[in-house]
Each structure stands twice: as structure tokens, then as C-alpha cells.
Design a protein. Sequence first.
Length: 148
Amino acid sequence: MTRISTTSSHEGFAIEVASPGAGRIVVGDFTETFPMDLAFWDPGHYERSWANALRRLDEADVVTSCLVSSITDPKTANFIFCWPLYRIRGDVFAQNSLIIFNELDSAFDPESPWHSVSPREIVDEDGNRISEWCTDIETVREFRAASG
């Protein structure tokens, strides 16, 4: 898994389809619009996947989840774009990443992408701080309740 992106904050949370072929994520005071490939999943599939990923955060005080931001057919693709989520008690940390399929120990499952997410790291192999953003589990729960 290759982590991408730089900053840190603690406040709001949202993930949504912003327009056809584009999504938007908010974590704390960070907001980013990202492209969504619609050849393999339609917007509804992304939204269902995000709902499952956010529900997973309630499974334990320390748990890893993953918001897929762009996916093509895993049978022919080399990677996907995603936002790994790491819950550590009350905090939820988000990082921007790639999951590179040929680096995985087992086959990628698009219905449970969190199984392909590496454990949280805050420093990369070169000693650079990995960009991440922080919110809290209550804010994620409020978003889930408001989005149905």
C-alpha cells in the first residue's frame, strides 16, 4: 500500500458523490474532491461501500477500515485509490493511499477493502511524516445517522 498526500486536524467528517465521476471527502478542516471511475462501480455502489466501511468503525475501539475512492475491475487493474481509516478509541485517522494489488498477500476483495489495508504508520520508509487527518468517532457516527 502506498500512502499519498500533508496536514492534520480534528473536526468534521463527510464523504459523498459530489458530481458524476467525482467524490468529496471532509476530515476535520481538510476537504478534497477526487475522481471516481464509474466503469466498475456506479455511484450507488461507492455509497454502499462507504456505508459499510463507516459501519465497520463501530466494531471495536481499535479497528481499520477503508473508503474506496476510485476502483476499476480488480481482475484487470493494478491498484485502487482509497482513504484508509484507522480508529484508535475515540479518534479516527484518515490517510490517502493506493492499494497495489501485486503487493498483497491475498486477493483484493472490493466488498471488504479494509482487509488489504496495511497497519497505520505515521512515518514512511524515508523518515517523512505520512499525511493524515483526524476526526472523532462521534462525528463519524453523526454523519452516518444524517446520511441514512
